[in-house]
Design a protein around this ligand. Structure first.
Ligand SMILES: Nc1nc2c(c(=O)[nH]1)N[C@H]1C(S)=C(S)[C@@H](COP(=O)(O)O)O[C@H]1N2
Ligand SMILES: [Mo]
Length: 246
């Protein structure tokens, strides 16, 4: 049995629990300290997910045939949806709120982007094709009202959320993705529809997308409440590009 040191050590003089310092040290984060704590949480709570208690190395968190992807979910189970019951709503500060079925999304013009997927914790999947409907097309169809500033995304896992400024959301490399690596988006990857924000760290790309709400201000998403940058440009935020792959 483990000697219990991590669980039972009292805070040191600086008030930092010894256990946390040890774990940060193990991950090579060292003196980054408090600023790194959300990264650690990210790795442990969602990167390794429900299997973490069985395999603390996280290797079982790799998807079978995942091609380098890791499975992330902040909830332990997520309902499966397909063309019969999937719905995407667009609402908020718009003139024409809408609800799309999967068939309706498939009938819209599709766009294809091939970029590296980059998780903020360090893993990367090079040259990954995504296809789907540009968010700007959905926003234009809904008729964004003057004064709107941001877009909030919600998910049918019932927990995750994300946000973009309206300007970011209208970029041509931001989409509601229906396909990845030339296949329909699998449930494990957030299918049938996930957000794909190509220029930002992958936590912006909300899986199991169910709602797009136009708002008057940016509301930080799930990880952003825990310290991650809202503007998550790869290479220009979080200071994590040299992070070890965990
Ligand atoms: N709904 C939902 N979307 C999510 C997450 C999540 O936990 N729940 N994790 C994010 C993070 S941190 C990453 S790295 C990617 C992982 O996507 P994957 O599971 O397809 O590899 O999804 C992002 N979108
Ligand atoms: Mo991530």
């Amino acid at each position: 049995m483990f000697n219990g040191r991590v669980d039972t050590s009292p805070p040191d003089e600086g008030g930092t629990p010894v256990g946390r310092r040890l774990v940060l040290g193990m991950l090579g984060l060292g003196a980054v300290g408090v600023a790194a704590a959300p990264v650690l949480q990210h790795g442990l709570e969602s990167g390794l997910g429900a299997v973490a208690d069985k395999d603390p190395t996280g290797l079982t968190g790799l998807l079978p045939n995942g091609g380098g992807f890791r499975y992330y979910s902040v909830t332990t189970s997520v309902p499966e949806k397909d063309a019969s019951d999937y719905r995407l709503t667009v609402d908020g500060l718009v003139d024409r709120p809408a609800t799309y079925t999967l068939d309706a999304l498939e009938a819209l013009p599709q766009t294809r982007i091939v970029r590296d997927v980059q998780c903020v914790t360090g893993w990367r999947v090079p040259e990954t094709p995504f296809e789907g409907v540009r968010l700007s097309a959905l926003l234009d169809a809904a008729g964004v009202r003057p004064g709107a500033k941001a877009v909030r995304f919600t998910c049918f896992d019932g927990a995750y959320s994300e946000s973009l400024t309206l300007e970011q959301a209208r970029r041509d490399d931001v989409m509601a993705a229906l396909r990845m690596q030339d296949e329909p988006l699998a449930h494990a990857h957030g299918g049938p529809v996930r957000l794909y924000v190509a220029p930002m760290y992958f936590y912006k790309s909300a899986k199991w997308l169910s709602g797009i709400t136009v708002t008057d201000s940016v509301r930080p998403g799930y990880w952003e409440e825990l310290g991650y940058d809202v503007d998550a440009w790869v290479g220009r935020s979080n200071g994590r590009d040299d992070a070890p792959t965990v």
